[in-house]
Design a protein around this ligand. Sequence first.
Ligand code: PLP
Length: 384
Amino acid sequence: MQKVYLDNAATTHMHEEVIQEMVNAMRFNFGNPSSSHFFGRESKGYIEKARKTIAQYTGVTSAEIIFTSGGTEANNLILRSSVEYLGVERIITTRIEHSCVAETVNSLNKNQNIQVDYVNLNDKGEIDLEDLQQLLKASDKKTIVSIMHANNEIGNLNPIEKIGDLAHAHNAYYHSDMVQTLGHYAINLENLPVDFASSSAHKFHGPKGTGFAYIKKSTGLKAQITGGGQERNMRSGTENVHGILGLGKAFEMANENLEKDMDYIFALKEYAIQELQSAFPDIHFNGMCATENSLYTLLSLSLPFKDGLIGFELDLRGIACSQGSACQSGAAKSSRVLNEILSKDMIASTTPLRISFSTHNKKEDIDYLLSVLKEISARHSATA
Ligand code: PLP
């Protein structure tokens, strides 16, 4: 059976070079980076090299890059630690953040009495900056704004410079979940009004279970995981040496090939938009995903018919895509993000689908998806 992978916002294939880097690390760099003998020092040296690579591409110092088990841990570290150590009493966020931010904010609200304010969004999921300003003005409580760079379900790219400038003008911190953008765009963190950010290797052809938090030096954030004081005392636990080396290699490759990969993937996305529009003139593209204010890697569709089993049907035909984020799609629950921005009528009469691309995709993948979607749609017309 033909197999087509169009779920790259959930995770990506690992690059062969990354796998090779990790295999070498597993084979030869088994020393505990905390050991003072040669084997330990060598592992430690490679970790610091990976950190330096990431710091150089993002324009920050090595001390500001903390390796974690991925985006979820980085976001937890930043939000929970800002409450515990920076005196944060209020979080301003949106209702369409990734669940690792949304659930952490809920937990801080419930268990630590942290005030949570949600910024208004329009029906495209765009942030109301005027409302953000009003919220920032409305309280003297120490505040952190947590608004993602790009939405993993609808692809919206948020105006992080404006958000960060507003936050700082009101003496608030700014945290941005950059899991869908670091490794996909040239991002100089030093030049952005961002205090904290998160990244995840498996979104840019690196290994799962590795990522990093960017923590601006001057903020004074402290560890959530305590123990032997690894990661400059910011995250204890023996380092995942091969994972970190894989992350470093993947980040280097992503940044070296950025423009070429972007052009290739963007052309695929344009092709998909054009073909989908011609096959389904009433199709709705959710959020800003069919505009330039969107990830070039992702398309979020509402197909103009209702089919609760479409994910299952596509899977049977060898097509992997998603109906929400990967974390929500295990059980085919309706998307929290789409429920937030789309009308009840739209939700009731359409079928959501998220397709997301990488350099491993070809136009033929889109042609195959289209052919299967047309068959499904034809069946619906015949029974209507
Ligand atoms: N934030 C966003 C926007 C994501 O898309 C994801 C992954 O789906 C995460 C956070 C979680 O990252 P990880 O899988 O590394 O925990």
